[in-house]
Design a protein around this ligand. Sequence first.
Ligand SMILES: O=P(O)(O)OC[C@@]1(O)O[C@H](CO)[C@@H](O)[C@@H]1O
Ligand SMILES: [Mn+2]
Length: 429
Amino acid sequence: SFAYLTVKDRLPTILTKAVDTVHRHKKTFFEKYGQEGVEAEKRAIGLMSKLRNELQTDKAVIPLTDEFPDAAQWNTYIERQQAALGPEEFPSWFKSSWLFMECYMYRRIHESILLNPPICDFDVFSEAKIQSFFSSQDAILIVCTYLQELQRKIENFEESQLKDEFMLLMQVALWGNRCDLSISGGQDNSQKNNPLASLESLKSFILVDDSERVWNLLVNNWKNKTSQTTPIRVDIVLDNSGFELVTDLVLAYFLLSTQLADEIHFHGKSMPWFVSDTTRRDLDWTLKNLQASNHASLSMCGNMWEQNLHKGVWVYHDHLFWTLPHEFSDMSQDAPDLYSELHKSNLIFFKGDLNYRKLTGDRKWSHTISFDTALQGFHPAPLCSLRTLKADIQVGLKPEQAEQLTLSDPQWLVSGNYAIIQFSDPNPK
Ligand SMILES: O=P(O)(O)OC[C@@]1(O)O[C@H](CO)[C@@H](O)[C@@H]1O
Ligand SMILES: [Mn+2]
């Protein structure tokens, strides 16, 4: 299975790259913290190497020992997995659920850094994320310039023009999800070609396209808006930093400037995660870098976006739940505060593959069961998954669609070449 190949090959590769990154920063740690920094670096590498050995020899999962506020919830989850097995069995890397073990690896990497002050705020993936951002620079310039040109025309737009631009920017954000450093095992996976030029040719690779339903929800909210209406809120559960994050911020800015939404809530990760996932520091770094650019369109985007955060029309959250191993159908019970926060939204975009696996519980569903069934009761608000397929799970397909794809492209589930725009509305009007 793809899970087996991931745990056997890709996770050790990612872990080895992380060890190498810490090792290469030894001199920086010495300059910054003196001998203490060197000692901390050595201990962190020791812990990560031990983790790699546990992974490669299928050792039992062990509880977390750091003070990060989610440790108790993680250890409760580990105990639950333990209880589900017989007395002689233990959750381990090749026997436990892929979702659990892959999330656990990133949480253990975080532990290996947290336990070693003064380097406990070091992001082992920061270099790779920054590299990916700069390698996508041309594509970032194209989408930001496009947005700036759009800004000048928006107020005279007919509804049909608004719809066309929304569809276009939603597809740009969808395909931005290909730029993910976990699938590439940390290898460069930046946006090299023009993200706008390829949209037409990519349409046939969208296997489920509920974009009309997404548009109808937004435009109906927009038309029914009165002064009494509560502000229209759209949430974006972020995925990868770099080019994908910029496409999400572009979409968010379009929704705001067309008044299709009055406030946007972003949800990022509270620790380095799946190599390229966005943390608050990645968002701040991205805005600072755009503002510092000598390209007017980039610096204008950076300034406008930072202002939106200051004005509170953009709100950034990084709830601990997003870096737990739980599938989203557990959220109402295990993170009721987050569930009720999401319930305030008119529409939630979930970006990427890991979010899709958690939305559907990473089960071996048949490809034709409905998305609603796979959500298993997770319905905080109308939601839309914007995902490129990079794991062997996909629901909501038509009969024979999966069989046809397997014939034409055996890797269709995991190559990142196909995508979905999949919508679910708990209370369809
Ligand atoms: O969530 P993303 O960034 O779209 O993808 C995450 C990912 O690359 O990592 C896992 C495999 O290692 C899969 O969920 C997927 O392939
Ligand atoms: Mn990701």
